[in-house]
Each structure stands twice: as C-alpha cells, then as structure tokens.
Design a protein around this ligand. Sequence first.
Ligand code: ZN
Length: 379
Amino acid sequence: MTLINSKIHFILLAGGNSLRFSSKTNKLLAKFKNKNLLTHNIEFLKELKFKKITLIINNLKDKNINIFRDLEVIKGGETRSESVKNALYKSKFRSKYVLIHDVARPLNSQKLIKKIVKNLVEKKYDCVVPYSKCSDTAIINHNNIDREKLKLIKTPQGFIKNKLIFLHNKNNKKILTDDSQLFRNENNKFKIKYLLQNEINIKITYKDELETLNKLVENNILVGIGYDIHRIIKTNRNNLLKLGGAKIKSKVKVISHSDGDVILHAITDSILGALSLRDIGTYFPNVKKNLNRNSIDFLNYALNKMNSKKKMINNIDLMIVSEEPKINPHFKKILDSISKKLDINKNSISIKATTNEKSGLIGRGDFIACWSNISLKEN
Ligand code: ZN
C-alpha cells in the first residue's frame, strides 16, 4: 500500500479565499488539534508515504509555506477548477493515478485512502468518490426531498490521471465544486465508484465549525496536585471544624491564619497547579486582610481562573490524613459540600481518609493533612 502511495500524485487544494470563515487569518492556517489545517494534512500524507505532493496555494509568499520545502508548490487559479488544472498541467510529477483533496477537510482517514487507492489500482475504476448519507431532513422550497437518495460528496477523490486531464480540457470553462462531476456528467462512459464513508469528514467553511470540531477531538486533560497541612490542638469542648466547606463538630481545633479548611486549601492548590499558576499563599498571603478568611474565597478565586481558561473539573481524588477528627462519620456531609462548592457530580469525587498509624506528628494527632489530585478538561 505505502509503495503504491509513493507513486501516486496527490494534489492538495489550499487555494480559496476563506471569505466565509470570517477571520483575519487564512482558515488553512487556523488551528486544529494544535496544528494548522495545512500541516495536519501534509503530515498525514507523509505518514502514508505519499511523495509526489503538490500544494496549490494562492499566496506563494506566505511565510508559513516555507516549512514545506520538500513539496511542490504551485499557484492556484481564480476558481477551484483553475487551481486543479494548474496542478495537472504544471506539475513535474508523472503518475498514472491522482488524488485530489481539499485541505479544509482536516479529518482524513487512512482507511478511506486505502479504499480509494484499491479501487483505482486493483478494481480499475476511473473515478473514486467518497460520500456520506444525509441524516437531516432535506427540503427544497418547503418540500421534503427523499434524503435516502442524497449523496453528500467529499474529498479526497481518486482518478486515472490522463482521463481527468482529458475531461478538464474538454470542459475548459466549466466551474466545478469537485472533479468527479466531470466523470458523472459523461453518461456512464467512465467507471465511477462511490464509497460510502461513515466516518466524520466535514469541510471547514465557518470558524464556528472549526471551534466545534476542536472541542470534539480535544483531549487536553490538565492535572494538578495540592497538599495542605494544619496544626490542631485538643480542647475540652466541641468546636466547629471546617472540612471541605462542611462544618464538623469535634473536640479538636485547627490553628490557622484563615479558617483552616485543609481540604479546600488542597483542592484550591490543585486547581491552581493544573492551570500552571502559583500556590494559594502567593495569592492570599498571611496578611491581616486574610485573617480568619473563609476558604471559599480561595476556592472561588481558583474556580474563576479555571472558568476563564474554559476548563472544567473532570475528576478529583482526595486523601485526608487525620487521627482526629475521624473522617468516616462525616464522609457524606463532606462529599455533599464539596460537590456543591465545586458544582460537580458526586461520582467525580473520591474522598479517601487514612490515619498515620500513630506515627509522626500527624499520627500523634498534632496535625491534619490533605492531598488533592485533580484533572481538568475542556469546557
Ligand atoms: Zn491551609
């Protein structure tokens, strides 16, 4: 397969003026999965060992094109058909087969390329066209049309090159939106293969489409860790201890500049960490203003930062180390409170508690500590 690919001419159409994209940058240089659409396509083709690649582009001086030095670059024409003709006539590459693809389609499938090549080379089709079915209701002038009969035509399309050149010559003035039309208009004179493609293969025309697509494929998970520890003292009466925003009755008392909520402090630090920010003490130092400060303020500060970066909590895993108070009797109350304060489902929160087996300062009951491990995803 890859050996055949190296002999096939691949034309990448990156002309077009992005009028409908409503952005100052060329849409082909807009980011999809951290790469622009053009780079995405080219790397994909190189992975499949295509070597005869012609890139059709309108602005040959675009500095972003320089990185693709090993490609043949040819200037596009006024229309799509003109661009294809420029590639067919001016290219130095000789080959029996040619594949033509619109760069604005970033989701290219190895499986599809394999099928197109197979139908051209082994099954001897003249023209191979991928299509998808229409699952929406389709209408013309208020009237439904039979969507079962509709084929939505995609690229890449594959052709016997000399037949494609022949048909482009014959239809010199025709404005085309794809090349298979030349074969389809010829009344069964050519062997055409329609390939049903069920994978997503959308053409990016509008900026919103790219943003939606980016969200769909985004798996950019951020993780953060937070740790906090506070001294506790034993008293003879019941105190109200704050843990995860919940008020717990206990004979021990937390010593802290703020309200000493060790869980919320650890969670806050883990969110800040996942966002590559500094620790809680940087933003809320031990100054008079923060004396007995409600830890919800710290948490909300971190949550606001998270929201402004368009992230949301994926899951959170907490480990509380405490001899006193015991966490298990208050487990549900703490879980409810954290779920509410973070506005996330309880299924995404794990609260684990352990003692320090009487060893060390925590084991002696002098301290309470909490670890928070958090992951954030795209919102
Ligand atoms: Zn703290």
